[in-house]
Structures are given as C-alpha cells and as structure tokens.
Design a protein around this ligand. Structure first.
Ligand SMILES: Cc1cc2nc3c(=O)[nH]c(=O)nc-3n(C[C@H](O)[C@H](O)[C@H](O)COP(=O)(O)OP(=O)(O)OC[C@H]3O[C@@H](n4cnc5c(N)ncnc54)[C@H](O)[C@@H]3O)c2cc1C
Length: 333
C-alpha cells in the first residue's frame, strides 16, 4: 500500500502551493485559482493551473503583464493541440487567449487574424474571400498563436510560407511587431523570444478560384481522416521527423505500433501519434513516449526529439508507507 501526500483525500485534483493569488492586478478578463487545464487540451490529462487568466483583449493582457511581479512564471496556451500538461500542474499564471483574440478578416490578398483564432477559421475566411494559399491551415487543429510558435505546417506549406508579420507582447506588456525575416521560423521552430505572447498575425495569400480552394480543403480533410486518429485524445505528431527520416516509420519498424503504457497507447493508425485511451495520466503518455524514443534509438541509433511541448511538473514520487505506519493502519506486515 502507498499514499500520496500531495493528493487531497476527497479525490479532487492536487493543489499547487498558492504563492500567486493575492499578488495579481485587477483585470477585465477572468481569473481562476487552481483551474483544471486537462480539459483545455486535446490529451485531456494533466494537473491544474495555479492561476488561469483569460484576458478580455490585448490591452487587458498588456496591462496584466506590465503589473505582475516578474518572478511569477507565465505560460501561454492555445487550444492545447500540441501540449502535454504534466500531472502536478502548472505553477504561476497560465494564459489562454479567447474570444477577444479571435477576430479574422480578409484584407485584399492578406488575412489578419487574432492569435486566438482557430487555423480552420482563418482558412474558411480566406476561402470565402477567394484568397488561395491558406488552405493548409484547415488541416491544423490549433490557433494562430500556437501555429506561429510551432511554425506549424501540413500538406506542403507551413506558417513561414505565409506569415507577413506578427504582433506580440513581451513579459513586461510592451507591444512589438515582428516581420517574417525576424522570426527565425524553421521546421517546427520559431526563434522569437519564448517569453513573448503573440496577439495577432498578418498572413499572405493570393487571388484564387473559390471552387479550386474549396476542392483543396476537401482533399486535405479527406487525407487527414484517412491517415490520422483525429477524433482521439492525442497531441498530433509526438516527435519531429529527424533529418531525412520519417518518425512514424522508425517507430513502426522499432515495433512500437500499438505499444501500451497504463492508459496511453501508440496509435495503430499513425504511429507518431500517442493516444489517451480513456484513463491515461500525463506520466503514462510521457513514459510511453520515452519508451518509444529508447526503442528507436536501440534499433536505429536515431534520437527522436519531442515535437509535443511538455509543460508543468510531474507529481512527486509515490512515498512508500513505512512499516510501522502500515501496521498501525491495519495493513499486512
Ligand atoms: C489531431 C492533430 C493533428 C495535428 N496535425 C498537425 C499538422 O499537420 N501539422 C502541425 O504542424 N501540427 C499539427 N498538430 C499539432 C498542433 O495542432 C499544432 O502545433 C498547432 O499549431 C498548436 O496550436 P495550439 O493553439 O493548439 O497551441 P498549443 O498546443 O496550446 O501550444 C503549443 C505551443 O505554442 C505556444 N503558444 C500557443 N499560443 C501562443 C501565443 N499566442 N503566443 C506564443 N506562444 C503560444 C505554447 O506556449 C506552446 O509552446 C496536430 C495536432 C493534433 C491533435
């Protein structure tokens, strides 16, 4: 028998130490203490955010960042389609951009979008306005902010092919406009200061035939349905493709298709996707990923790098109950 001193007796989620509440400035958006984050991610796992802040709009966010103490950690999330939140939760403030950041509008052959806008909505707005070149966004289930950070890409295009510029707030709340050339976008990577929060982007398209755009989006939808477990609790591609290789093929050849750890499984449909089959913990998913990395390395000498962003902290290790305590509790000697 063992006990977890970090878990409340009533089965509610673990509570974080609670240093931050009481040190926060007034805002127009919503602040919540000890807020569940798992439901805000595709994997549906992970511990709570010490504080969850949903700013009303960019000015609200800028004022908040300017006012909070610099020692409070700040984490921004989009719709959590590329995130694994660990079981012990996220210390400090977690920021989720909502409706006040989701506006999308066509402007000539460009589209302007808030960082909280879904990529799909940007693709649909472009299609309606007869703007070609942004169809690939319909195949990425994230937000514009997450796409800029990850330089997300699919079906032959990625953010770096279409970004004109982006606006971001730094940790002190100051606004910056960054042009494409300053963003250092490469395969699933951006070199924009990791503390900056994107609030808006301008994306480039070109005049196109609406029927051809609609056909391209339908093709992308069909290809995704055929090749990805898109209705599963997953984080998309787990590992970046190593140079000249495809991660899914290495994982498959290393014998990991269908591999299980607790409630986590390597997808049978796409071996670079890990799946929460129902009751996985973040630890199950992360340990399964590490097992896959070990097997691929042992088989081919290739080190897979995580593409999924793992954030937060693990639960403390389970403390074995001392013999005396066990006897007092009526357990076996
Ligand atoms: C079924 C499925 C299919 C997928 N297919 C693809 C694919 O084809 N191609 C692809 O590239 N990806 C794919 N992904 C991964 C994911 O959709 C992308 O990485 C997406 O861009 C993440 O956006 P998000 O809003 O969910 O970001 P999150 O997952 O919430 O966050 C990802 C990272 O972006 C940062 N971030 C989020 N918002 C901001 C912001 N406003 N400012 C600064 N940083 C921010 C976060 O801190 C984090 O580091 C897939 C995922 C799933 C579940």
């Amino acid at each position: 028998m063992s006990r977890r001193p970090d878990l409340p007796d009533d089965g509610s989620p673990p509570r974080l130490p609670g240093r931050v509440p009481g040190r926060l400035p007034p805002v127009r958006g919503r602040l919540a203490n000890n807020a569940p984050i798992g439901p805000l991610t595709w994997f549906r796992v992970g511990g709570p955010a010490e504080i969850l802040f949903r700013p009303a709009d960019p000015d609200d966010l800028a004022g908040f960042l300017a006012a909070i103490a610099p020692d409070i950690p700040v984490t921004v999330i989009g719709v959590g389609s590329n995130l694994l939140v660990r079981d012990g939760g996220i210390a400090g403030v977690t920021i989720r951009l909502g409706r006040g950041f989701a506006a999308v509008a066509a402007a000539g052959e460009a589209v302007e979008a808030g960082a909280g806008a879904l990529d799909l909505n940007v693709a649909l707005t472009a299609a309606e306005a007869g703007i070609a070149g942004l169809e690939f966004l319909s195949g990425i289930p994230g937000t514009i902010g997450g796409g800029l950070r990850m330089n997300a890409g699919a079906y032959g295009a990625e953010f770096k092919d279409v970004v004109i510029s982006a606006e971001a707030l730094d940790r002190g709340g100051a606004r910056h406009t960054v042009e494409l050339a300053q963003m250092g976008l490469s395969y699933r990577h951006s070199s924009v200061d990791p503390a900056w929060i994107f609030i808006r982007a301008r994306l480039r398209g070109s005049a196109g035939d609406p029927d051809a755009i609609a056909r391209r989006m339908a093709d992308i939808k069909a290809a995704r349905e055929a090749s990805q477990p898109i209705r599963a609790r997953t984080g998309g591609s787990t590992f970046a493709n190593p140079p000249g290789e495809e991660a899914w093929r290495l994982i498959d050849r290393a014998g990991c298709r269908g591999l299980v750890r607790g409630g986590a499984m390597v997808s049978e449909k796409h071996t670079n996707f890990l799946i929460n089959t129902g009751a996985a913990t973040a630890a199950d998913i992360e340990e399964l990923g590490e097992e896959v990395r070990r097997r691929v390395h042992d088989s081919f000498g290739v080190v897979l790098e995580w593409e999924i962003r793992r954030i937060g902290r693990p639960l403390p290790a389970v403390a074995p109950v001392a013999a005396g305590e066990r006897a007092a509790a009526g357990g076996a000697p």
